[in-house]
Design a protein around this ligand. Sequence first.
Ligand code: ADP
Length: 571
Amino acid sequence: MELLGDRSARLAATLAVAIAIPVAGLFYFQFRSISALSQSSAVVLRQLSQETANGITQSLQDALKAPYINVLLRVSQAQTEPLDLSLIAPALDEGLNAQPFVDRYYVWSDLTVEHRDEVLAYDREHRDFTTDVPEAAMLVTRFKELAPQKHAISLFETTIDGRLTYFQAQLRFRFPARDKLTSFVALRVDAERLRREFFPAFIASHFNHVDGPTGFPPLTVTVVDAGGRVVYPYGGPPPTRYVDERTFALVFFDPELQRFIAPEGHKPEMWRLRTGYDNQTIPDIVAARERPQRALMAMLAGVLALGVFFVVRAAAREVRVAEMKSTFVSSVSHDLKTPLALIQLFAETLELGRLKNTERAHEYYRIINSEARKLTRLINNLLDFSRIEAGLRRYRREPGNLGELTRRVLDSLESQFKHNQFSITLHADGDVPVLIDPEAADQALENLLSNAMKYSPDNREIDVDVGREDDYGVVRVTDRGVGIPARLHRKIFRKFYRVQTDAGSGPQGTGLGLAIVDHIMRGHGGFVRVRSEPGTGSTFSLHFPLYAGETHGDETDSGDRGRAADVARSA
Ligand code: ADP
């Protein structure tokens, strides 16, 4: 029996290892590829953010210095000294078209005849030179003040009509001493319009060309001015989490030229451009994307493990059933041979007529009878089992009395009890009317009594109680035999199941007796119960539904067929 356990355990272990190793390998590589994918996603996200931050910052700075390069430098000293307005006008006009944030250009010259020392403005409204310039005096004064520093670029900001305004000029000096301001070309930028209109429109148009990452949170760009105000998206909340940040100087010339400007030591406003992913960090995004995949993998692993478990269990069970069947055949042969040999022996002795002692002869007849009963029980069990397996076992129930039935069975087994020195005590509590198939009920009770004898090697007392319990008539068979461990209480009702004994010693049996009892009881709408402890003995009880007297017998099929198949299947 131990060998059996070993074999099915070995099979289970082999199967488990054979399936588990490749599956574990598969999962290992799958998990690794998820991590690799996450890493490359992180690289792609980082790169996209970096490139977008660099690209937009660069474009912004190019746009901011464009009026300086394309207008202020393009209008040369030769064109302003003396003023050649027909050459200057197209440059300023193009400048206004190309740089939407510049409100107005100015020219002023001291070395000219017409418009000498007069500030001429060229703005969006007129698209021509005008001399009606309220800020003219202020401009000339400021640039003249800055001229002694001898720097070509001059920059300042002031408030005009309550609005912050930036002014920038390219100054020209008397050559080569640079001791006198001779002319300038200047521009003016409205700070609020720059923030509200230029930045949002410029970034939006550049950002539109950036392809957002598919399957990830969208890439976002934010521009924050020196005072911490969000300029893009205008008025939006400042981002708390971002991936890249670039700073840039809000000046309308190349920041590299910072040392050539007047006033010296002017500190430009530093603005910041940030790129990120919807306020999330890249590790967070990657982890969030990985999570469902990992969860799916874990779930799959769980399902697979469960599948492996069931396959292994089923395979081990099949091996066990196969092994049980083979021991069953040898048990049946043994159970057939022993009584047959005894019957033959005693019958031959009687036939030879050598027995003078009639009491001895009587004893021989009794043994023959008892062995024949054993054979009948065995064959009945086998036939019943095959009928149950085929789903053909039917019970013909009729009103009967459980006390009578018990007495009848005990009487028929009396000689066996006597021969094996068992003392039986019967307690029967009045009438217990039940609906039963007498033959099947006899068989169930006989199987219990026969087991009580078989598994009681030392204390040979058996109690049989008949009574009522709830809605059932109950027969209880109590022995003081070897008992059964609690964990096997369900298993003993499975077909072919036999409790393992050391080195296979102990009584022989087919392992069918209790499976048949269980089937019979279900066929009666009742059940069988066991209470048992190793070493103290067992109580098996048959519970038949009580009969109230309205019906007059019926026929049920094999209990419930589903259950019949169940009994037959389980082992
Ligand atoms: P069998 O007796 O032919 O082995 P059964 O189906 O009648 O088959 O019983 C199944 C197992 O239950 C037995 O092998 C035995 O170990 C255990 N068993 C049944 N009845 C008793 C009992 N009265 N005392 C101890 N063990 C029992």
